[in-house]
Design a binder for this molecule. Structure first.
Ligand SMILES: C[S@@+](CC[C@H](N)C(=O)[O-])C[C@H]1O[C@@H](n2cnc3c(N)ncnc32)[C@H](O)[C@@H]1O
Ligand SMILES: [Zn+2]
Length: 360
């Protein structure tokens, strides 16, 4: 099989640069480079070392975690071609892997006795089916990172598919990706809770094509995370939105019937100190280049961690459309919490309650 040599971050590897599809001999999506960059920064900040790249494809992520963040990686993929390619890529980079296996993910998880500091679940579609068996393979305080590419159900295009897979109803609204990200978060937390393991989200991001959440695990303390499961309500008429934990609401203050999304995670998706570490320059110049590239994005996430609200507004919803940065500053100067959203260029979060929305 002939592959292209690609470069991501400071790692070179062979991959298929064909049309992105499940039908590629070995799957590779160059658009996820950004996501893989962030996982390198995450690993550098958390200093986690023993990694399981459960659905590794070309090994893109695991190779980068090994080369750029000093991880010891176990690569696995069900596809024989992928395993051959991983072997070639590992050699190319002079990396000593923990192992390279050609197993079904669930089979590997139930047969191995190994435990990992970081398990990455990056499948086609939903990660949910792999989560239950991954939990017992996490070391104490281990990290579970999941990617979901089935954003259409989570975003509200197929609400019943979302309910079937994640046990929650989404909402197809302008801030629907935030709700989808939180529905995914809730579903993963619930699975771990059944094993008396608390999974606290400490880093997350969403785009139209994929959602990704990183959780820190801890035995017990499950109620602490479950208490942050609730609902986000939205009034299509007056555009009000609010979050609750376990109360149910039917009518908006304006008397209109409320729509809702949930149950979903309404707590904080980000650990501020972790993001600060991810932004902070290090002595290694090469890593700084990577950080500079993503600094703006990480700064927005830090703002979101500080404001800690499970939904955002967009300036184009307002009667007087504002310039996003000036508007956020204006709200802050008035003493309100305010930040931008990483999901939408016109998105902002605030605890200011008197926003004036355009009518439908
Ligand atoms: C989205 S790709 C992984 C992308 C990769 N992590 C990256 O960053 O490029 C999903 C991979 O999962 C593999 N896969 C699908 N079902 C699997 C299963 N049940 N067990 C193990 N691997 C599986 C596929 O062969 C494919 O290579
Ligand atoms: Zn209303």
């Amino acid at each position: 099989m002939k592959y292209d040599l690609v470069k991501e971050g400071f790692t070179e590897f062979y991959a298929s640069l064909g049309k992105i599809s499940k039908k590629l001999p070995v799957f590779y999506n160059p658009a996820k480079e950004f996501d893989r960059d962030l996982s390198v920064l995450f690993l550098l900040a958390t200093k986690k070392k023993k990694v399981l790249d459960l659905l590794a494809a070309s090994g893109a992520r695991g190779l980068r975690l090994a080369k750029e963040a000093g991880a010891k990686v176990w690569f696995n993929d069900i596809n024989k071609e992928a395993v051959k390619l991983i072997k070639k890529n590992v050699k190319l980079n002079g990396i000593k892997p923990l192992d390279i296996t050609n197993k079904r993910a669930d089979e590997l998880l139930v047969t191995t006795k190994e435990k990992f500091d970081f398990i990455d679940i990056d499948p086609f579609g939903s990660p949910i089916t792999y989560v239950y068996q991954a939990i017992p393979r996490l070391e104490k305080n281990g990290i579970l990172a999941v990617t979901a590419t089935d954003t259409a159900p989570l975003f509200g295009v197929y609400p019943w598919t979302c309910f079937r897979k994640y046990g929650s109803f989404p909402l197809k609204v302008n801030f629907g990706h935030e709700l989808g990200l939180r529905i995914l978060t809730k579903a993963v937390i619930e699975i771990a809770a059944k094993q008396n393991v608390s999974l606290k989200p400490i880093f997350a991001h969403a785009t139209q094509h994929y959602y990704r959440v990183y959780f820190q695990s801890r035995r017990g303390y499950v109620k602490d995370v479950l208490q942050n499961i609730g609902f986000v309500y939205y009034c299509e008429k007056c555009k009000q939105r609010f979050a609750t934990k376990f109360e149910m609401h039917e009518k908006c203050k304006c008397k209109n019937k409320l729509s809702f999304a949930g149950p979903l995670f309404v707590g904080n998706l980000w650990d501020k100190d972790l993001i600060k570490k991810m932004i902070k320059p290090t002595k290694k110049l090469s890593i700084d280049v990577l950080k500079q590239k993503h600094k703006k994005f990480l700064e927005i996430l830090l703002g979101e961690a500080e404001v800690n609200l499970p939904f955002f507004y967009e300036t184009r919803e307002l009667i007087k459309e504002e310039k996003i940065n000036e508007f956020v500053e204006k709200l802050k100067n008035k003493g309100y919490l305010a930040c931008r959203s990483h999901i939408s260029p016109k998105g902002f979060k605030t605890n200011y309650k008197k926003l004036k929305f355009k009518k439908n």
